[in-house]
Design a protein around this ligand. Sequence first.
Ligand code: HAM
Length: 425
Amino acid sequence: MSVNIPRGTQDILPGQSEKWQYIESIAKDVCRRYHYKEIRTPIFEHTELFKRSVGDTTDIVQKEMYTFEDRGERSLTLRPEGTAAVVRSFVENKMFGHPDQPVKLFYTGPMFRYERPQAGRYRQFVQFGVEAIGSEDPAIDAEVIALVMDIYKAAGLQKLNLVINSLGDADSRNAHREALIGHFEPRIEEFCSDCQTRLQQNPLRILDCKKDRNHELMQTAPSILDYLNEESKVYFEKVTGYLDAIGVSYTVDPKLVRGLDYYNHTAFEVMSEAEGFGAITTLCGGGRYNGLVQQLGGPESPGIGFAFSIERFIAAMEAEGVEWPIDQGIDCFVVALGDAAKDRSVSLVHELRTAGLSADRDYQDRKMKAQLKASDRQHARFTAILGEDELAENRITLKDMAAGSQDQVPLNELAGYIKTKMEAK
Ligand code: HAM
């Protein structure tokens, strides 16, 4: 009996993996322009880290974590997201001591959540994320949002909606929390059992409930924007003002709440508006998390960041029908006929590769026709044919597949000849 891949995971095969590399390279290049540097943290962390940051009452911590005990009886968890680990590392490596704040970081790697798999939702998915830790300047909020929108733009995505909200500071949130309890409490028995628990623990989470989303009380729930104190209001106006100034368009949605507990002030999501994208339209989520560094044992260092999954990014590209500028081909395929030519082709492909070209040859002892077909299938820009005659005369027949032309080239000049032709194009 064969063993299959676990539910909610996927193999990224050649033909697809180039798309992943492409998106990662675009994202990294935009990060370079914005001066964000890469951080790599472990794939598993102490379970406690996520409980204390993502929050004990969130779905992620309560239902979705891959938690296990190692042989030393420590409780470890496969990371469900990246922010907690980056903040842990910020504290542990005393990055708060750097003279230049905020510390601007990006990361990419697999995350794990035990969710019900469906289109766009996996149990292992790859996030690309950014965190700017150590500044409460609203300009950094605008910068982080502009950064992610620039990544989408560089990839050619257009049908996007940036939704933004303010969750306010602790005072504003407490006032809003009381209002939410007052709003839902009288009719809380009409809601699911999760929402009944959420009422006292974390009433904001009720607004995010998938089961009760159509209940009439959801529509009339008190809006956080009505409970923002002056400071929070001014902060939010500054952020949206900066976004206006740099030409990033957005929709303010007072109902936007995020699934993790560490947020305050700015919260945002990017949604795909492409037809046929599927039920889950959120491409990216992020926000500000002042207080998280202290919660994890560091000094006051306010932060903001976002993360998107490559899976949903690719789905959005496909839904919008954006071209993938990916070259699947190779520069040269060497067709060799006869034992002597085959032997010579070993060093010939090596010479091409050493010269920086991509090259391949036949390893199945196939006839000329089959080798030519393979060259075609591999989208070779050039096919070099080495038979016994050519070998005896120290030359090779070079076919330019795009131009449909054919040349005789001295054997030891092949790499240089191909390079010159490619540059001329
Ligand atoms: P999140 O909203 O939980 O936020 O996830 C961010 C993004 O990860 C989502 O918008 C989606 O693109 C992707 N994602 C989440 N779950 C799945 C899944 N099961 N399958 C595929 N993609 C998924 C965070 O994780 C925060 N750490 C973001 C952040 C960074 N906030 C501040 N800094």
